[in-house]
Design a protein around this ligand. Structure first.
Ligand SMILES: C[S@@+](CC[C@H](N)C(=O)[O-])C[C@H]1O[C@@H](n2cnc3c(N)ncnc32)[C@H](O)[C@@H]1O
Length: 281
């Protein structure tokens, strides 16, 4: 396909409806140029002639759908992003959990973990606070994008990516690459072993495969890509999976309208930090 070939309105509408229905991504008309630039190379590689042909090709083609989701999701992330969340964990959430010595168990979910920076930041924070000989700690890290999930599992980062990590923590939790791997930093197994990585679509019809009640959920900078109905349906599920009094952390530009009906379920505690408030269902 010629790169200059435009995406027709019809093909754009069809692709955006498909993506909306399957994974909840809301591709408004403003995203047309973005969709064009992200898909054009793939269409050419497949030897197809147009976006319309690509839409036909997607029909019932599960493996191509995986490529489509990988191309259309936005995966920007960084270590200790939105530091105030990590401060709140250290100052309030972790001490609260520690005070309840009955279970000595912590269960957390990073939903939309991208390439892993968020979940490794959580693992570092937990390791710094809890004695793992006494505490049973597990973090679930999920994403729909299989490419970033592989990067997260590998846990290897470039020098420019590890900049936000304080030096003391970097030397403690990362192995520095030698020779050919100079400039690369690999997460040590003691962190890696706290995390279970899984592909999971937040917009799936089936229930989420999570058995334990969670102490808190990080779902940051994911809701911005969804419509209100999608967000509300995911919020309901999060609510069910959290413990009584559990916390939900959203991204800097995301919020729950607690002035409305949702105010009976969520209380705003701090900037973009919410607490489950109604009794367990
Ligand atoms: C901008 S990144 C946010 C990463 C990290 N949470 C942070 O705040 O730095 C958004 C992530 O959400 C994922 N995502 C988008 N739609 C999803 C869906 N339906 N199910 C699961 N993950 C999804 C994307 O693949 C992407 O990795």
């Amino acid at each position: 396909m010629d790169f200059r070939k435009q995406i027709s309105d019809e093909a754009f509408d069809q692709i955006s409806q498909l993506v909306q229905q399957k994974i909840g991504l809301n591709l408004t008309k403003k995203k047309k140029a973005m969709v064009h630039s992200r898909l054009a190379k793939r269409i050419r590689k497949l030897g197809l002639d147009s976006f319309d042909e690509y839409y036909e090709f997607l029909n019932g083609n599960d493996s191509e759908l995986i490529h489509l989701y990988n191309m259309l999701t936005t995966n920007v992330t960084k270590f200790f992003r939105e530091k105030y969340h990590f401060d709140f964990l250290q100052e309030e959430v972790f001490p609260q959990i520690k005070a309840d010595k009955s279970k000595k168990k912590v269960r957390i979910w990073s939903a939309g973990c991208s390439s892993g920076e968020e979940v490794y930041s959580l693992a570092i924070s937990l390791k710094e606070f809890f004695n793992l000989d006494e505490w049973d700690i597990k973090i679930l890290a999920t994403d729909i994008n299989t490419e970033v999930l592989e990067l997260a599992k590998r846990g290897i980062y470039h020098q420019r990516q590890i900049q936000p990590i304080p030096y003391k923590l970097l030397t403690k939790y990362f192995k520095l690459g030698q020779g050919q791997n100079e400039g690369l930093f690999k997460v040590k197994n003691e962190l890696r072993n706290l995390i279970i990585f899984k592909k999971l679509n937040l917009n799936q019809n089936e229930s989420y495969p999570i058995k334990s009640r969670l102490d808190f959920i990080f779902c940051r900078n994911v809701f911005i890509y969804f419509k209100k109905e999608t967000r509300n349906s995911i919020l309901d599920r999060f609510h069910r999976h959290l413990k009584r009094g559990g916390y939900l952390f959203l991204g800097h530009s995301e919020s729950i309208n607690t002035a409305g009906k949702l105010g009976r379920k969520w209380r705003l505690i701090r900037q973009t930090t919410y607490q489950k408030i109604i009794k367990d269902c």
